[in-house]
Design a protein around this ligand. Structure first.
Ligand SMILES: [Zn+2]
Length: 463
């Protein structure tokens, strides 16, 4: 039996999908106005592990993700401008160009991290009619009101609003950020926009559509209610996101969908914790906005970052440091070295496979699953072929591409010549010379390792 922690019930629950063989999974996707930072990407790695664990257990997973290309304002509580417009102005491009560019970059990050693509991706701008449809139902049922700038959802009409976070309505405040413009006339601070009109500060909003209420564009939350229902039905099994969605975005999705249709939106709500950088929140101003490109520029593989993420449970905070990255890099190299050039046996190590399954089914305890892998590597009583058969099986969840390990580094001609000289020095037991040559090889960007099969090199990473 798989157990998952449900943010909504605040406890571990036995997982029982609505359909016996298929799991319907919805993931809140990116707002494509800038590069994703590695903290955002940690959430997608968690969701990838979730999906892989379900598949490992034999389920077919119907996985849908949205891409927000309109309507997500700078503040989650309807303050400020549309993020895509901000990006468009920053770069002198159109909103659609911005959205397209950053969407491509996002998917290339996912590919680099060996994250499986959702079965279906729907952009907010592609689902305008189904968003309008839900707003119409909410209006008919009396859950909305309007002013000159937008149609709002009246949260006071829904007694259990905020049940996901346990927050009281009175705790909600707007305009907490000093740098955003707030000109809303909401009845309750938690109320949120369903549809913005081309008026006031949105008079010149570039993307807009006709609606029963006039030209305008949707609020951020309604797209997920519309896309998930359209693609997965309601209720579906699992709704995921980052912990930043617990306070506003997910309660608002739930409120819209449940008020409109009278049934839960999803049965299980799972959230990944944030990444911290040097024990602080990631922030552009502090220079701690790190992207996957920054990781690659230092000479790391994106899969080193994947390894780092797998060392922490998804509900624990993970503190990112470059030293931690180096550790993850060296550890995953060891795994590649262990597996390289050895053919797997037909059978794996059954007792380890059982332990691995128990770990992943215990609310995705991947750090424990990794510990099982290393225990197996170190078990002298088991033949290497058997170990490798199991580890390759485990990799269906871990996603390190172990069946296709990167080739060993081959040194340049100059470095090869120095390695040859160093071998001679070592054969002659001239260790002073050997050390001097090691330094010269390091200056060329390699690290030298003396192994049973002789000298080996790998690219040196300077953090
Ligand atoms: Zn969403």
């Amino acid at each position: 039996m798989i157990k998952f922690y449900n943010t909504l019930s605040r406890q571990l629950e036995d997982f029982k999908p609505i359909d016996k063989t298929q799991v319907r999974l919805y993931t809140c996707g990116p707002t494509v106005y800038n590069f994703a930072h590695i903290g955002n990407l940690r959430t997608y790695i968690f969701e990838d592990l979730l999906r892989r664990v379900l598949e490992y257990n034999g389920y077919q997973v119907k996985h849908v993700m949205n891409v927000t290309d309109v309507g997500h304002l700078v503040g989650d509580g309807d303050e400020g401008e549309d993020k895509i417009d901000v990006g468009a102005r920053r770069e002198g491009k159109s909103p659609l160009e911005i959205a397209k560019f950053y969407e491509q970059r996002f998917f290339s990050d996912l590919k680099d991290l060996n994250i499986e693509m959702p079965g279906k991706v729907v952009r907010a701008t592609e689902a305008i009619p189904s968003q309008i449809e839900i707003i119409k139902i909410l209006e008919q049922k009396g859950y909305t009101y309007r002013d000159e700038s937008a149609i709002y959802f009246d949260t006071s009409k829904l007694p259990d609003y905020g049940k996901l976070s346990g927050q009281k309505l009175s705790d909600k405040q707007t305009g907490a950020r000093g740098d955003v413009v707030v000109d809303l006339k909401k009845k309750n601070p938690a109320d949120f926009a369903l549809w913005f009109f081309l008026a006031g500060r949105y008079k010149n909003h570039i993307l807009h559509w006709p609606s029963p209420w006039g030209e305008g564009f949707p609020g951020w939350h309604i797209e997920c209610s519309a896309i998930s229902r359209q693609e997965l039905g309601q209720p579906f099994d699992i709704h995921t996101g980052g912990e930043d969605h617990i306070g506003t975005h997910h309660p608002n999705e739930m409120a819209q969908s449940e008020a409109a249709f009278g049934v839960p939106l999803a049965n299980l709500w799972m959230h990944g914790r944030f990444l911290q950088i040097n024990d602080n929140k990631m922030a552009k101003s502090a220079g701690t906005f790190i992207t996957l490109n920054d990781v690659k520029d230092k000479g790391f593989s994106p899969l080193d970052y994947r390894y780092l993420c797998l060392t922490a449970h998804y509900r624990s905070q993970l503190n990112f440091t470059w030293e931690g990255m180096l550790f993850a890099h060296n550890t995953s190299e060891k795994l590649f070295d262990f597996i390289r050039d050895v053919k797997p046996g037909k059978e794996g190590a059954a007792e380890y496979e059982k332990e691995f399954l128990e770990a992943i089914n215990d609310d995705l305890n991947i750090p424990q699953a990794l510990a099982v892998v290393w225990k197996l590597v170190d078990d002298n009583k088991i033949a290497k072929e058997i170990k490798i058969a199991s580890i390759l099986k485990f990799d269906k969840v871990l996603g390190f591409n172990l069946d296709n390990p990167p080739k060993e580094t081959s040194p340049t001609e100059e470095a090869s010549a120095l390695l040859g000289q160093r071998q001679q020095a070592r054969d002659a037991k001239d260790f002073a010379k050997s050390d001097e040559l090691r330094k010269r090889i390091e200056e060329l960007g390699y690290e030298v390792m003396d192994t049973a099969e002789g000298q080996k090199v790998k690219k040196k990473i300077n953090i």
